[in-house]
Design a protein around this ligand. Sequence first.
Ligand SMILES: Cc1ncc(COP(=O)(O)O)c(C=O)c1O
Length: 359
Amino acid sequence: MKRVHNFSAGPATLPLQVLKKAEAELANYRGKGSSLIEMSHRGPEYTEINEQATARLKSILGADDDWEVLFLQGGASTQFMTVPHNFLNSSRGANYIDTGAWSAKAIKEARLFGDVHVSYSGKDGNYSHIPEGDELSFADDAMYTHFTSNNTIFGTQFRNEPDGGGAPLVCDASSDFLSRPLDLDKYGLIYAGAQKNLGPAGVTVVLVRKSFLEKQRTEAIPTIINYKTHINKLFNTPPVFAVYMVNYVLEWIEEKGGLNAFVKINDDKANLLYTEIDRDDFYRGTVEKAARSKMNVTFRLGSEELEKTFLAEAAKNDLVALKGHRSVGGIRASIYNACELSSVEALVTFMKEFRSKNG
Ligand SMILES: Cc1ncc(COP(=O)(O)O)c(C=O)c1O
């Protein structure tokens, strides 16, 4: 079987062992004579998967009983609206740190519900910087401070959790979730679309702290949008296939040694690629070195023409999905957890050859 070196930003490459497990079980799940996706979500098979995935996720992150895990639909984009709908109103606002296009979308939705204090905006600097210290300002009495831990389009990432100005952090962790440990004490809520580091598209993982949820607003919240609805019971049909796959990806993360093992794996891949980019000025990183993402590595070549040739020749070498996001252009190599070191090595070998032919 031929598999390409897949650098897609999402939906992204998944561990081969997970795909093979799903393939083997697809038509006949554990001898039941039907596939898991043909069974009731209230039956024992899916119930076991849901419970296992929840327990695995909590154990991988070190989350205690104050944390609830939800597997929701609608993508991370739905959380842009759901979070403020649960917590903000005309007299309760929040801080939002604007470090890219996804942060800006979250801000737009939050403004429909309450006052948004923009703690920092990197827009004028083309989102090439990650703020620290007194670059951030905070409103008094904010319900939470929202940030995007990794900016998929621009290729920047917070090294650690930012200061929340005294408010709990709410994080869109879609593109670096489970790539490293988190300091959970700082958070009230974390959400992530699964389709980058965690599984297929179709499920959004939400971790919410019970004590944070106690501060939910008192005005009516539509039932499906209210986090408590999903904590109290399996309210509607969950994305069963996506959660089933997430459960196997979590098992794979455990087998690999958990989040600390992934810190090393991801550092090794990112260092290899950035070292090649920094070798001379043939390849040029697009963001400040201190802000560089270990998940989405963005760079440019001398001209758009040369970038087109780079992409075409890379594809001939089975190095695919390297085109930068349509809004920024250039090259983007997404090297999430499941992207193998050998794929990054193949890319670096190709980059060296391409430079020597065209440099
Ligand atoms: C950081 C981040 N947030 C949100 C989204 C939107 O996610 P979804 O397509 O699941 O709504 C993306 C998608 O790429 C993303 O990278």
